[in-house]
Design a binder for this molecule. Structure first.
Ligand SMILES: Cc1ncc(COP(=O)(O)O)c(C=O)c1O
Length: 376
């Protein structure tokens, strides 16, 4: 198997730990271990203090799988497998697909949602939103279906645009999938990060027998360092194969991360509301900022998630823009080249406390740059 570099992760690897300011992160600030433990119950603290640092169960700790189930209608732990999110994505697509299959994936997207499919040599079509409002149109999706289509890959809340679906639209997708007997792999990593006053979508695994839901602690909880994600599906046969594949990768999860994830899942109110307050505040600040800078040609505020895809009106490529920005100001941004998406966009992440400080520095920097179509 040959797989291309994960451009976005390589770009992060280059700058994330040297740049002074991160302006494009999709995760919220990571919570401290101390804070997490302060919120643990007596029983949870007993679990934490009694951890044995040996191998763990490859499906994931049964107590963690129970804790996960409180967020799903499915009620047996056989329907849950725990591993790192990227690993679960990689395994699922490799198990579901063969080279003769056709896949439809959302675009722009987190690169693994297309790159793993490409590495299996499948035919791939992209379901793209309207760039005027980032709305995804269901009729467009249906037009992409072919005789050999096997899978549709979804990601709502959507990284990078913050777009969302209505419940009616999700139900329409499920009907289409049923009609054509397709799998739905739904990357729900930003589940519950709902910025606008919108109804929360159910996990796909609750409403479709061939639906596979992916979620984890990284984004919703601000606990990316735990490296814990999970798949939930009605198809336990598929999940057993995921566990067997995992033997060639991580084999099992880190015991401390599993216990810390139990504490987080049982205490979501100590994590999610704070993240949403921060994201909403930063989106508002950025909305005011945009009007002052003709170089920002379009900002469609995200409805969900923690990021938006912001259009720039610049002469240079966005990669050049981002490289210069990090070099001159220490602010790291992700250019749209990392998303293989045409047009000049940067991803903006709203989940960081120092966002107002970064905006001040960006304000001064952008004043020094002339927009592409400017008479001045
Ligand atoms: C849509 C999406 N899926 C999966 C992941 C992977 O999550 P993690 O970084 O926790 O492995 C990310 C991370 O940015 C993401 O944005």
């Amino acid at each position: 198997m040959k797989i291309n570099d994960f451009k976005l992760e390589r770009y992060f690897a280059k700058h994330e730990f040297t740049a002074k300011y991160l302006f494009s992160s999709s995760d919220c600030d990571g919570y401290e271990l101390k804070y997490l433990l302060e919120n643990a119950s007596k029983d949870e603290m007993d679990l934490w203090e009694g951890i044995k640092l040996g191998y763990t169960e490859s499906e994931g700790n049964p107590l963690l799988r129970e804790a996960i189930l409180q967020y799903y209608k499915i009620k047996t732990i056989e329907n849950v497998v725990v591993a790192s999110p990227g690993e679960l994505n990689f395994i699922s697509l490799n198990l579901l697909l063969n080279s003769e299959d056709h896949v439809i994936t959302i675009s722009p997207s987190y690169q693994s949602l297309s790159e793993v499919v490409k590495s299996i040599n499948c035919e791939l079509s992209y379901w793209k939103p309207n760039p005027e409002n980032w709305k995804f149109n269901i009729a467009d999706l249906e037009k992409l279906i072919r005789k050999n289509t096997k899978l549709i890959i979804l990601n709502f809340p959507h990284n990078p645009t913050g777009s969302y679906l209505t419940r009616g639209e999700l139900d329409e997708i499920v009907s289409i999938a049923k009609k054509h007997d397709l799998y739905l792999f739904s990357d729900e990593m930003y589940h519950k990060l709902i910025i606008d006053d919108l109804a929360e979508l159910p996990p796909i695994s609750d409403i479709y027998e061939k639906g596979i839901s992916l979620w984890g602690t990284s984004k919703t909880f601000g606990l990316a360092g735990l490296r814990i994600g999970w798949l939930v599906a009605q198809d336990t046969n598929f999940l057993r194969k995921v566990v067997a594949f995992k033997d060639y990768l991580s084999i099992c999860n880190s015991a401390p991360s599993e216990i810390l994830s139990i504490i987080a899942l049982n205490n979501i109110d100590k994590f999610l509301p704070q993240n949403l307050i921060k994201i909403r505040k930063n989106v508002k600040l950025f909305s005011e900022f945009v009007g002052k800078h003709p170089i920002i040609s379009s900002f469609i505020p995200p409805q969900t998630g923690s990021t938006s895809f912001v259009k720039l009106n610049i002469e240079n490529s966005v990669l050049e823009f981002s490289n210069q920005l990090v070099e001159k100001t220490g602010i790291m941004t992700i250019p749209s080249e990392m998303y293989e998406y045409p047009g000049k966009y940067i991803r903006v992440g709203f989940g960081r406390n120092n966002f107002p400080e970064v905006l001040e520095i960006l304000d001064n920097y952008l004043k020094t740059i002339k927009p592409a179509h400017s008479n001045t």
